[in-house]
Design a protein around this ligand. Structure first.
Ligand SMILES: *[C@@H]1O[C@H](CO)[C@@H](O)[C@H](O)[C@H]1NC(C)=O
Ligand SMILES: *[C@@H]1O[C@H](CO)[C@@H](O)[C@H](O)[C@H]1NC(C)=O
Ligand SMILES: *[C@@H]1O[C@H](CO)[C@@H](O)[C@H](O)[C@H]1NC(C)=O
Ligand SMILES: *[C@@H]1O[C@H](CO)[C@@H](O)[C@H](O)[C@H]1NC(C)=O
Length: 426
């Protein structure tokens, strides 16, 4: 399930000494540059700084010595012997790491992207501090390849990419389009297939990149399973039901995508279900007392059976994004204070029962589904939410993210998988 990027990087035949050196340098440098480490330590200790300094000096000395002794640079490529075990540490878990400052971010300007909805364009909505735009996710044992728009555009040629889920899927969809559109000179060559505008309720949006003949689609299906009317003779409080054993009826549209990215989670709450009169139904009968997390697991199992029966694993790459931690605070969890910097501690937000269930269900499937386990990485990012810089500043928002921002990193991770597999069609 986890990538072995490191091995690939080191054994890649195109790997030159220069890149190797650069990588080592970046590694060492990013160590000194890091603010948030998995272990919650805030700044590197003096010892670490001294160690880094000494290592740099040592590397410089070794490099100079080699250049002096072996002026033929090709020989240096062979002779430069940092034992690979020191730098390639087995498997790379892309979701274990830290946020590091990187001045080359953000990757686009939302005001120049016709597909970034105004509600997520925090800068345009008056946000003044820009530090939140300058963070890059750095996995512990490897690097996420730098975003190269032309490589990705070429890679997606002729494909159909489909996001399914709630508004957080819509955000990732918008982010992906805004990232890719930076590589397109003629912006008119990128358009919504039905000429629709982005709204919060819209069921389907499909953006075509005509030059490369691919589409990036979004289907709104906040629970993934089928909502329906209450059965006859249901108690008055039951205004609608959620069929836990049946997938949303738009699911037939998803099946033959080349890349499918699912999410669900934020709607599985009492406020969005029971308080709205929505109750669970399974095997034709109401399940009034069923706890939400039990229902969530049943719904995911229905999704898993659908994937196993309806999706061709030889054609489609399937991803499931885990819960995107929100940052509500206060006793009633209804206060939204967007910070200026990422939090140094995740305060339990790195875990979520929803993510646990997603990972459990996905592991038990016969189809290969890659979890995009973003819960721990986004747990730090209390600085990156929309807050009051949305289209409606009277409703603070500590669930959604500013664009550009955190969802861009989810897409960079997605691209890492796409490129690592060496192609969408096996
Ligand atoms: C983004 O683009 C808009 C419109 O072109 C421009 O006014 C603004 O200064 C840009 N913002 C940044 C941060 O570059
Ligand atoms: C629904 O029916 C199936 C088989 O008929 C059974 O295994 C399952 O336990 C039932 N689920 C519920 C929640 O009643
Ligand atoms: C997928 O490919 C494998 C191996 O080539 C083959 O055995 C299997 O039948 C294929 N499955 C589908 C659904 O096409
Ligand atoms: C694993 O999948 C099987 C069906 O393929 C299902 O019966 C079983 O309940 C699942 N187990 C878990 C732990 O979800």
């Amino acid at each position: 399930m986890w990538l072995n990027l490191e091995d690939k990087m080191v054994s890649g035949s195109d790997l030159s000494t220069f890149r190797h050196l650069k990588k080592i340098y970046r590694r060492v440098f990013s160590f000194g540059n890091s603010i948030f480490v998995g272990s919650n330590s805030f700044f590197p200790s003096i010892n670490e700084l001294v160690a880094v300094g000494s290592l740099l000096t040592f590397l410089l000395a070794v490099t100079c010595a080699y250049f002096y002794l072996f002026p033929n640079s090709h020989q240096i490529a062979r002779g430069y012997a940092i034992p690979s075990s020191v730098y390639s540490i087995g498997k790379c878990n892309l979701f274990e790491g830290k946020w590091v400052i990187d001045g080359s971010y953000p990757l686009y300007n939302a005001s120049e992207c016709p597909f970034a909805e105004q509600g997520f364009n925090c800068l345009a909505n008056g946000r003044k501090d820009e530090g939140y735009l300058k963070w890059r996710w750095k996995p512990k044992n490897c690097d996420i390849p730098r975003f190269n728009v032309h490589v990705i555009l070429e890679h997606l040629r002729g494909k159909r990419l489909v996001f399914v889920g709630d508004s957080l899927s819509r955000t990732q969809w918008e982010s992906l389009i805004c990232m890719l559109i930076t590589g397109i000179a003629d912006k008119k060559a990128v358009y919504e297939v039905n000429g629709n505008q982005i709204t919060k309720q819209i069921r389907f949006l499909g953006v075509k990149f005509s030059t490369y003949d691919f589409t990036v689609e979004y289907y709104r299906s906040v629970f993934l399973v089928l909502p329906g009317p209450p059965p006859r003779q249901a108690p008055k409080r039951v205004k609608s039901t959620l069929r836990l054993d049946k997938l949303d009826d738009v699911s037939k549209e998803w099946a033959d995508a080349d890349i499918l990215i699912f999410n669900t989670g934020h709607w599985w709450t009492k406020t969005k279900l029971f308080q709205m009169g929505s109750y669970f139904q399974m095997n034709g009968s109401l399940k009034l007392g069923m706890p939400i997390m039990t229902a969530f697991e049943k719904a995911l199992n229905a999704w898993a059976s659908w994937v196993d029966s309806a999706v061709n694993p030889n054609k489609t790459l399937i991803f499931f994004r885990t819960f995107e931690s929100s940052h509500w605070s206060g006793g009633k969890r209804n206060t939204c204070k967007v910070s200026r910097h990422p939090m140094s501690r995740t305060k339990g937000r790195e875990r979520s029962p929803i993510s646990d269930i997603i990972i459990k269900v996905v592991k038990n499937m016969s189809a290969h589904v890659t979890p995009l386990h973003v819960t721990p990485m986004v747990a730090y990012r209390s600085d990156a939410h929309v807050g009051t810089w949305s289209d409606d500043p009277t409703v603070p928002d500590c669930s959604h993210w500013c664009l550009p921002g955190v969802p861009d990193m989810w897409n960079e991770i997605l691209f890492t998988y796409l490129l690592d597999k060496g192609g969408i069609s096996p």
